[in-house]
Design a protein around this ligand. Sequence first.
Ligand SMILES: [Fe+2]
Length: 196
Amino acid sequence: MQSRPKEIQDFIDAARILFAAETLSREARALAVEVFARLEQHGEFRFEKRVRFPACDSLDSALEPYLDASDAFGQVARSIKALEPFIGWFRRMTVANASPNFLEGHANGMISGPGGIEDRRDLQLGFTVMKPDVRYPDHSHPPEEAYVLMSAGEFRKDRGPWLSPGIGGGIHNSPGAVHAMRSDDNAFLALWCLKM
Ligand SMILES: [Fe+2]
């Protein structure tokens, strides 16, 4: 059986550390334990050149602070950079309460999951990058989800107040919970994992 390419394994190993941090809620960490247990098995690898979107240009400024860091943030940033040409980029096309610049202002990057560099159906592990001053739409989905922030940025759940968990913090969304996020005057970067 083919083994997982190093850049993907490095990303997964470092993301696992970020999703295990005490800065996240117990629910977020519990979900991540299940997702990363599934990642002990790998999917199908697709190193193909992908369509890019305008917000991909914000990736460099979001990663730049971490590129020389020796911790898990640094390892995530360097592995995203190495994988960038092959990332399975996609955009959300719904716009409920989104800012007018949302469509051009965001991109979702799938590493492991449907359409990802590691294509598989049992989970999703990837990230969202947004340009400054973008509000992502209110949305919900059946799979449970956890986010961890690698930049400043805010989250909102169930039409509650906007929360700013800080770098290394995040949120947990129960199945079907309505949630949103927004960038400040910097580029936004958050990792997500979902169990399908
Ligand atoms: Fe979500």
